[in-house]
Design a binder for this molecule. Sequence first.
Ligand code: NAP
Length: 306
Amino acid sequence: MSLAVGLVGLGAIARAQHLPAIAETEGVHLAAIASRNATLPDLPSYPDLRTMLDAEPEIGAVSLCTPPQGRFDQAMAVLRAGRHLMLEKPPGMTLSEVEALRETAAKAGLTIFATWHSREAAAVEAARQWLAGLEISAIHIDWREDVRKWHPGQEWIWQPGGLGVFDPGINALSILTRVLRQPVRLTAAALSIPQGRQTPIAADLEMCAGETPISAAFDWRETGDELWRITLQTDRGAATLDKGGAEFSTDGEVIATGENREYANLYARMRDLVRAGQSDLDLAPMRLVADAFINARFAITEPFDA
Ligand code: NAP
């Protein structure tokens, strides 16, 4: 039977990725929308989640595409209504609230799926397999993009819990923690916060995985093309996972690439998790971000005007 999905928060990512992905995924269908300021033609649209849950008992799963702030109350309402739960990244505002969701879902026998869309990028699995068993001597991450281009009008990214430049940077960390076999540990962080804002516009991280040093530079002040790249030095030569995980090359030669099926893969996985009665809630990327905020040296930089 097809899984009826209710989607909450009809914003940028819901329109660009979730709607087409649900439409093309066999075994799931969009049953209703809950959004305060947006509706879809030919589909039940409600102003808020609770109204949708009350009115649509056949909805089996709810996909939360709202900002992380305020997601906890919505997520709890979903689970308390006995529906399965799919979360945009990051899965919450704090680690402790996500742990509470994990426990509530487990007690209720419901699926909870914390999605990391970049892990589904076309070349990530090829990179993971290529790296298996290799000695990696160093890793560097460059994750730079123009915040004005990618987050126009989004105030929540600058508010506590909005993560600032870690909103894209956590995508890099989600890939890193997928392709490496060893756990990643943060050792130092430097965050640049524009005067008058609450979250960083740039972050430099030092991490390690076993003996392998890892550096990362996240920056929202890029004005040219975006750069979403992970470079690895190994005993079989240099390797690059580029374009947000869509392209993997070794010694300059592309060995894996493909079309963008990130969100279609996520909905197929959600369907399969529900059918199998399982959950998937890996907090490794979010833990690194939390560690950075706990341990960072903070610098106040020039004000940022959107
Ligand atoms: P967005 O464009 O701001 O859309 C979020 C939607 O959620 C809004 O349109 C709004 O719709 C609703 N909402 C509910 N409470 C809100 C609040 N307090 N403040 C603002 N909006 C609120 O954000 P987005 O870019 O789609 O991001 C949503 C989530 O997806 C974030 O966790 C983000 O990290 C993740 N994500 C985004 C992208 C991307 O490229 N944009 C990519 C991957 C993942 P109503 O006003 O109609 O309720």
